[in-house]
Design a protein around this ligand. Structure first.
Ligand code: SF4
Length: 191
């Protein structure tokens, strides 16, 4: 039976862990096996790319309830040519981006001059952002520069973000910004 790199690493990692405790006269094999079963039971594995930096390490995301539930585990993809299963500390903590009780579940808004942030509804936030973007774009849009050359741009608006986006999302995002006429478009992963 052919053994993939992913399968090989999974079993050798388990063997090394077990043998370390076996040296102390303690067998963790049943507990580890049970933990592995619980962690991966009915999970769906999806491949993705780490969004934190330009290295672009590959990840495996285990999602509960046969892919309909929440992520239960994220780890390096041993078959990915960039990282071959390894991850730095940021990538290894990737699951916290989606599964984190410390993250506010709704947008937080602080009005101009206000001291406190308040929770607002998503629909209100989307509508407010769209309204303000349109108003600023309409007010600042420049058809021609001082030489009479067509520029079709706005220079009073900037875009910064987002390191939480993958390549495809970044492409869609910048395309929308350029369609609006923005020329100051930056990604904070480069800063
Ligand atoms: S795991 Fe670390 S090195 Fe790899 S892409 Fe993510 S941040 Fe970059």
């Amino acid at each position: 039976m052919p053994v993939s790199r992913r399968t090989f690493l999974k079993f050798t990692a388990g063997a090394v862990s077990c043998s370390a405790f076996t040296g102390l006269g303690i067998s963790l094999a049943p507990a580890m096996a049970q933990a592995e079963i619980l962690k991966f039971q009915k999970t769906t594995i999806t491949t993705t790319v780490c969004c934190y930096c330009a290295v672009g390490c590959g990840l495996l995301v285990h999602t509960a309830d046969e892919g309909k539930g929440r992520s239960v585990n994220v780890e390096g993809d041993p078959d990915h040519p960039v990282n071959e299963g390894a991850l730095c500390a940021k990538g290894a903590a990737m699951r916290q981006m989606a599964e984190n009780k410390a993250r506010p579940p709704k947008p937080m808004y602080r009005a101009a001059g206000a001291k406190e942030w308040k929770e607002v509804e998503w629909d209100w936030a989307y509508a407010e952002i769209a309204k303000r973007v349109k108003a600023e774009r309409d007010a600042s849009f420049t058809l021609k520069n001082s030489k009479g050359e067509t520029v079709n741009r706005t220079e009073t608006m900037v875009s910064l973000g987002s390191a939480a986006l993958d390549n495809e999302e970044c492409w869609s995002y910048q395309a929308i910004q350029r369609a609006l006429g923005l020329v100051h478009i930056e990604h904070q992963a480069r800063i």
